[in-house]
Ligand binder design. Structure first.
Ligand code: NAD
Length: 500
């Protein structure tokens, strides 16, 4: 961090002189929405309006797709040698890092996450993702099939063409980067629709892309609402592929839109209700409790892979929850611009009310509120909720089944390994899971039995760009990150050559 920016006062000073990009970015230029409409972008830490952002709709999406298609056809990006795309994308990653303080500030002002996380996770993680795909793209080879002497069958990957990406607000730039990196490295053009709750960083990096040398039209950004800009993109007849991250309900709609229009390729990264299973034999109660608290309270619990269900063996429930409570006391909500704050604001008033509604439902259904459950810092005008833990949660309760997407943990006890597996799998989601045990057989049995895209053993939220991320069941279709993401953004072609 810049030494001058190590207090909330210095971040606030910087915020006052911040220039916020408010227009859509189409064909390498900032433009107003064709309708002239704009929407309020709210700072969730105090409820004030940060900026008015262009509200894109069908006409703007049409313009962005046309610009993406034109440059794709021209080939100035798609036909560039991979080693040349690599250099440009590396420059793009460098520019993101060089503007890291500004981007971190935008992210924190826009969605309420602690500045320390924006600085240490979101912005460097986004640059790292783009750099990783840049470095990978001139190292992946195509295939020759073993068809015999008289024929040559080449199996090659080609860019899809125009990709539409619709992303959520919880990690605005990082979720966008998980799309931008592989989409652009593979030679596609992109129309990105950020969430209406967090459009600022996507709008800022669009001009950095052009500064890095990415041809205008290759990366377009159309801010706006899901029902307008998002739907128009997913229904568009000239978009070849739609890549979505967001809720399971919206993911299902996006799949319908693809079917109703041009059968565009679809991948959806959706919600979760991930089980964090603690076996009685795990010896370090403090370690597991700290990890369990971090797994649900990091990013205000607004994490698709949050460990929102703590499945704990009945014999150690109290010992674990006592330590969870102790750790949680170090994570009380604070000013997101204070570098000491570990838990920021909930993204907006609607989401805050939704989370508090789940707290009410938990109480009504008979779960015991062990601690938390209240809105705090209301005098700031911001939307803050304290870390909250329910115990005595039964697997059939709403708070054990639905994604709350806030700092609310549901603790459920079990008696046997089989029962833990049964409860873990008994939800519509399958994004991640964790098991804590000293017994290697139990670890492997549980890891194999759980239907989830990632299973952690004796850790939670280990992370690296080299591993795929995505879910089983209604947590999604397809994988972000790793070389597997390139599969989503390329078509496979076989070329037969007769050699006889
Ligand atoms: P959301 O589904 O409400 O919105 C996601 C995006 O879809 C936004 O850009 C929104 O404007 C757009 N959208 C909304 N309605 C639309 C429509 N009818 N047509 C097209 N686009 C539409 O989700 P959210 O509240 O922004 O994000 C939270 C959700 O994202 C959670 O469920 C979380 O688990 C999930 N998520 C998943 C992952 C993952 O990798 N699996 C990562 C982050 C977040």
């Amino acid at each position: 961090m810049n030494a001058k920016l190590d207090t909330s006062a210095s971040w606030r000073d910087r915020a006052r002189s911040l220039r916020i990009r408010t227009q859509a970015f189409i064909e390498g230029r900032y433009v107003d929405a064709a309708s002239g409409q704009a929407f309020d972008c709210i700072n969730p830490s105090n409820g004030t309006v940060l900026a008015r952002i262009a509200a894109c709709d069908v006409e703007d999406v049409n313009r962005a797709v046309a610009s993406a298609r034109a440059v794709f056809k021209k080939g100035s990006w798609a036909h560039l040698a991979p080693k040349k795309r690599k250099v440009v994308l590396q420059r793009f990653a460098d520019l993101i890092l060089q503007n890291g303080d500004e981007l971190a500030l935008l992210e924190t002002l826009d969605m309420g996450k602690p500045i320390r996380d924006s600085l240490s996770i979101d912005i460097p993680g986004s640059a790292n993702c783009i750099r990783w795909y840049a470095e990978a793209i001139d190292k992946v080879y195509d295939e020759v099939a073993p068809t015999g002497r008289d024929t040559l069958a080449m199996i090659t990957r080609e860019p899809m063409g125009v990709v539409g990406a619709i992303v959520p607000w919880n990690f605005p730039l990082l979720m966008a980067a998980w799309k931008i990196g592989p989409v652009l490295a593979a030679g596609n053009s992109l129309v990105l629709k950020p969430s209406e709750k967090s459009p600022l960083t996507a709008l800022r990096i669009a001009e950095l892309a052009v500064e890095a040398g990415i041809p205008p039209g290759v990366l377009n950004v159309v801010p706006g609402f899901g029902q307008t800009a998002g739907k128009a993109l997913a229904l568009h007849m000239d978009v070849d592929c739609i890549t979505f991250t967001g809720s399971t309900a919206t993911g299902g709609l996006v799949m319908q839109y693809a079917g109703q229009s041009n059968m565009k390729r679809v991948s959806v990264e959706c919600g979760g209700k991930s089980p964090n299973i603690v076996m009685a034999d795990y010896p370090d109660v403090e370690r597991v409790a700290n990890a369990a608290a971090a797994a649900i309270f990091f990013n205000q619990g607004e994490v698709c892979s949050a460990g929102s269900r703590l499945l704990v063996h009945e014999s150690i429930k109290d010992a674990v929850l006592e330590k969870v409570q102790a750790f949680s006391s170090t994570m009380q909500p604070g000013d997101p611009l204070d570098p000491a704050t570990k838990l920021g604001a909930i993204v907006d008033e609607i989401q805050m009310k939704r989370v508090l509604g789940y707290v009410e439902t938990g109480r009504r259904d008979g779960a015991k509120l062990r601690f938390g459950g209240e809105r705090v810092r209301a005098d700031t005008g911001g939307y803050f909720i304290e870390p909250t833990v329910f115990e005595g949660v039964r697997p059939n309760m709403t708070i054990a089944r639905e994604e709350i997407f806030g700092p609310v943990l549901s603790a459920i006890t079990f008696k046997t390994v089989e029962e833990a597996i049964e409860i873990a799998n008994d939800v519509i989601y399958g994004l991640v899971a964790a098991v804590w045990t000293r017994d290697i057989t139990t670890a492997h049995r549980v890891a194999k039995a759980i239907r989830a895209g990632t299973v952690f053993v004796n850790c939670y939220d280990a992370d690296d760009i080299t591993v795929p991320f995505g879910g089983f069941k209604q947590s999604g279709i397809g994988r972000d990150k790793s070389l597997h993401a390139l599969e989503k953004y390329t078509e496979l072609k076989t070329t037969w050559i007769d050699l006889s």
